[in-house]
Design a protein around this ligand. Structure first.
Ligand code: G6P
Ligand code: MG
Length: 222
């Protein structure tokens, strides 16, 4: 029986990718590393430390900094990012999501957040959605990031359900791998080619309704 929907945040509930890009780009400029939008795509779903590692590798600067200096660089980016996300308001909830969260609650389904972002609680607060989630996985408690399934398995544990009773919703390739490896049904939001491993893909969040999720669930769980 379907008991819960577990959501990624960035690109599913709201679109923070542009803010991450502005903040990483600013740090990159200071270091003489040029970041393109195409490269930013590869950072979606990737945690802060690993994103910085990839950016430094792009500029051949991976070995130029000590661990302590890398932490300072990550903090510099985050301080700027935290300033940027202060402008988020409920109007930044992606289309259809607010309605879907209400529908899920009406049907007694549990709702969890499985995001790599340490800023997720602040963002939910800014969106006015803190009360809509039954549980949020704290990414600082995890030993591995997506594509490892740990974050989705943890979300199920926090909801006291098993992965076989949940659907995971993700916009990133690594996130779909994580959902699949957690043995959950996976829904991709975005390009069906990039997300071809998902059990089902919707082009945007607008198409995500309780009814469609139930139809997909019944098709796959028969
Ligand atoms: C999400 C985003 C990534 C971001 C990561 C960590 O997965 O898609 O772009 O790097 O969260 O976010 P944080 O807010 O903790 O730096
Ligand atoms: Mg995402």
């Amino acid at each position: 029986m379907l008991k819960a929907i577990i959501f990624d945040l960035d690109g599913v509930i709201t679109d923070t990718a542009a803010f991450h890009f502005i903040a990483w780009k600013k740090l990159g400029e200071r270091l003489g590393i040029e970041l393109t939008e195409a490269f930013n795509e590869e950072l979606k779903g990737v945690d802060r430390t690993e994103s910085l590692r990839r950016i430094l590798a792009l500029g051949n600067q991976e070995d130029s900094f000590s661990e302590e200096e890398k932490n300072e660089l990550a903090t510099e980016k985050n301080d700027f990012y935290v300033q940027l996300i202060q402008q988020i308001t409920p109007s930044d909830i992606l289309p259809g999501i607010a309605r879907l969260l209400v529908e899920l609650k009406e049907h007694q389904l549990k709702i969890a957040l499985a995001s790599a972002s340490k800023n997720a609680p602040t963002i939910l607060e800014r969106l006015g959605l803190s009360e809509s989630f039954d549980t949020i996985v704290d990414p600082t408690t995890l030993s591995k990031g997506k594509p490892d399934p740990e974050i989705f398995i943890k979300a199920c544990e926090q909801l006291a359900i098993v992965p076989d009773e949940a659907i995971g919703v993700e916009d990133a390739y690594s996130g779909i791998q994580a959902i699949n490896d957690a043995q959950m049904l996976s829904i991709g939001i975005g390009d069906p080619v990039t997300l071809s491993d998902a059990d089902h893909t919707f082009p945007t969040t607008e198409e995500l309704t309780f009814e469609k999720l139930m139809t997909i669930w019944q098709l796959h769980k028969k």
